[in-house]
Design a protein around this ligand. Structure first.
Ligand code: FES
Ligand code: FE2
Length: 319
């Protein structure tokens, strides 16, 4: 068992769970997420205990999911409830599919592959208006994606004219502190941004607060120095699919009550379209915790994040 199995990870957006079984990957495990006719969600290993076919290629039949190969049916708890080739036979417990823990939080479905030792991260005091963007399937590890979310030195290059200005690439000095649980925090980081948000008309000074929420999740809050600017909080939720691939969602919590959903979404999609090619170009895909990558003083938060991953004993997606 990996230590990551005892954490909750996001696997899907609640509203994206439809009538068909959905194939997912978490920490290299193939899973199937499906909803019973009664509306209960179920997460099973995506492998039929009979001959190993993918349950996600089957279909939901009332309160069960049916394997596409010989039609065996499994309930939400994984119990085999019917073997059509043997009508009247009560399937034994050994015919059970492997069921996993799930819960709903923050608009997402969360899964744990072993007894959870850590709760889903709490979000406190955020604005009520929430938008969730994604999923984005990215060909890099979850910690590479989270480190990029925490990185400000790329703004002037990757987000030139948006979150940064090539004439001012300098990163002002900042302090990293830690929560009681040892999660890295920057209470205040100040940046000049040509276009800080979907509704921005001009450049503005913006104050950022960063907080690592869990090994593969982080929160940032942006406030303009002009009181008229909205407060925006963004969370990156990363699902570690494999050591070299992740699925991301970005949640935005905003006090902006005027900008339409589409405009907010288009802004975030434009920003992430700038990040994704860079993220996918990084080698190795796993995040080096060994000290093999060069650091500057501008990378203090990255360094603190890497130390935190080490302290958590994280082994997936790092090297
Ligand atoms: S492999 Fe699933 S029913 Fe045979
Ligand atoms: Fe970026």
């Amino acid at each position: 068992m990996l230590i990551e199995h005892s954490w909750w990870w996001p696997v899907a957006r609640v509203e994206d769970v439809g009538p068909d079984p959905q194939a997912l990957q978490l920490l290299g495990e193939r899973l199937v997420l499906w909803k019973t006719a009664g509306g209960d969600l179920s997460l099973l290993t995506d492998r039929c205990p009979h001959r190993g076919a993918r349950l996600s290629m089957g279909r939901v039949q009332g309160q069960s999911v049916q394997c596409p190969y010989h039609g065996w049916r499994f309930g939400a708890d994984g119990q085999c409830v019917a073997i059509p080739a043997q009508p009247g036979f009560t399937p034994p417990d050994s015919s059970r599919a492997c069921a996993h823990r799930l819960q709903l939080a923050h608009g997402l479905v969360w899964a744990a592959l072993a007894v959870p030792q850590h709760p889903v991260p709490l979000l406190k005091g955020l604005p009520d208006r929430r938008l969730i963007y994604g999923p984005f399937d990215v060909a890099t590890s979850a910690p590479r994606a989270v480190e990029n979310f925490l990185d400000t030195a790329h703004f002037a290059y990757v987000h030139e004219g948006w979150l940064g200005d090539a004439a001012h690439p300098e990163v002002p000095s900042y302090e990293v502190s830690h929560t009681d649980g040892g999660r890295p925090v920057i209470e205040c980081y100040r940046a000049w941004q040509p276009r800080a948000s979907a509704s921005a008309q001009d450049g503005a000074w913006v104050e950022y607060r960063y907080e690592v929420l869990s090994p593969y999740a982080a929160l940032l809050t942006k406030r303009g120095e002009q009181a008229s600017m909205a407060q925006d909080s963004y969370v990156i939720w990363a699902c570690p699919q494999t050591d070299g691939s992740c699925r991301l969602w970005f949640a935005q919590y905003t006090t902006d009550e005027h900008t339409p959903d589409d405009a907010l979404r288009d802004f975030q999609l434009a920003i992430f379209a700038q990040d994704q090619p860079i993220l996918e170009s990084q080698e190795p895909k796993a995040l080096p915790l060994s000290g093999s990558e060069a650091m500057s003083a501008a990378d203090r938060l990255s360094a603190a994040y890497r130390r935190y991953l080490k302290a958590c004993g994280i082994g997936a997606g790092v090297c």
